[in-house]
Write a protein that binds this ligand. Structure first.
Ligand code: AMP
Ligand code: MG
Length: 338
């Protein structure tokens, strides 16, 4: 039985008893357990159907807890946390030997972050210990960004859903590998690569995701999550390009259905869909930030409406645009393979 509650105190009690609590963060909702309770963390993998080789992110109330989970904190990781935490940044650092290996899927590194949502932060402060928490979706599905979507994903599989305001960012955190001299962005998020490079005073490379990307073994080993199917709704996802600027704001219509067929489809983007196309569901987002915040919810709305294909307009890959395009490519690749 899954309880839905507003009580941070009750949720902390559930964690103390070795239970599972889904809770809001500013990126997406997470599914948490006491990071030092190996049996509880194993239940996260079971509840999500998550492959055991995909490590979780350890959530901290503050940087004071770092020494409990990290063997050392490289200067790059310290600088990034100083600049962007609490917030949507995750640093990968050498793991503390006492942290159960199930948390890190057997890796010698641990991913840590300090979230920035009033409810997650109250829970972490009340519990007082590090919390292992991947996103609160069943494995391979889009992350939930509100408590209702979390309930749909996990009802009956977890002990409690701690209710709070929807996630403000809407996409998962930027993950930066900091365990070696050269930092590498393993997953783009709301903290953009340019801001990371500026803080570090170094050029920062990003691993390539998606179809056609050269997935070097060493990179895959750094970021096990990139090997798995991800972020895919039940509908097919197709990315559509905007036309060149001189051709006003119409989308390229090459792949977009017209007439009756569009009635079975959804559309999300920064531009309004072309006037001749009537989608069953469409959402025009006023900014890239709004696009990021709404994307997964729109996927779910389309699923509920049994939409066959969701057309997603591409955006410029700067700022949060890089994270939007990363998730769109993965969703498109996962849904086209079926
Ligand atoms: P999720 O919170 O569900 O988005 O999943 C956590 C993400 O962080 C996954 O993509 C993991 O592969 C990544 N991650 C967690 N721990 C590590 C680690 N030690 N090294 C590299 N990536 C990690
Ligand atoms: Mg996830």
């Amino acid at each position: 039985m899954t309880t839905v509650s507003d009580s941070v105190h009750e949720a902390a009690e559930v964690l103390r008893r070795g239970g599972l609590v889904a809770f809001p963060t500013e990126t997406v909702y997470g599914l948490g357990a006491d990071a030092f309770d190996a049996a509880a963390v194993e239940r996260i993998f079971a509840a999500k159907g998550r492959p055991s080789d995909n490590p979780t992110i350890v959530h901290l109330a503050s940087a004071d807890q770092l020494a409990r989970v990290a063997a050392r904190v490289p200067a790059t990781a310290a600088a990034l946390l100083e600049a962007f935490a609490p917030g949507p940044i995750t640093v990968v650092v050498p793991k503390h030997p006492d942290l159960p290996s199930v948390v890190t899927a057997g890796l010698e590194t641990v991913a840590v972050r300090i979230p920035a949502h009033p409810v997650s932060n109250a829970l972490l402060a009340s519990f007082g210990r590090p919390v292992a928490a991947p996103s609160a979706n069943r494995s391979g599905r889009p992350s939930p960004t509100d408590w209702q979507a979390t309930f749909v994903e996990l009802d009956g599989r977890v002990d409690m859903i701690l209710r709070g305001a929807p996630s403000m960012v809407g996409l998962e955190s930027t993950v930066v590998y900091c365990a070696e001299d050269e930092p590498v962005i393993l997953r783009p998020g709301a903290v953009p690569a340019a801001a990371i490079a500026e803080v570090l005073g170094l050029p920062v490379s990003a691993i390539e995701h998606g179809p056609g990307a050269a997935a070097a073994d060493s990179v895959a080993a750094h970021s096990p999550g990139t090997r798995h199917r991800h972020y895919a709704p039940a509908a097919r996802v197709q990315i559509v390009q905007r036309r060149g600027e001189q051709e006003d704001t119409q989308m390229s219509s090459g792949t977009i259905p017209t007439g009756q067929r569009a009635l079975d489809c959804g559309y999300i983007g920064l531009e309004a869909p072309s006037p001749g196309i009537r989608f069953r569901l469409s959402m025009q987002c006023p900014s890239p930030e709004a696009y990021a915040r709404e994307l997964y919810g729109f996927f779910r709305t389309c699923e509920d409406a049994h939409i066959s294909t969701i057309y997603c307009e591409s955006v410029a890959e700067d700022g949060i645009g890089a994270a939007i395009m990363d998730r769109l490519r993965r969703a498109a690749a996962a849904t086209s393979a079926e």
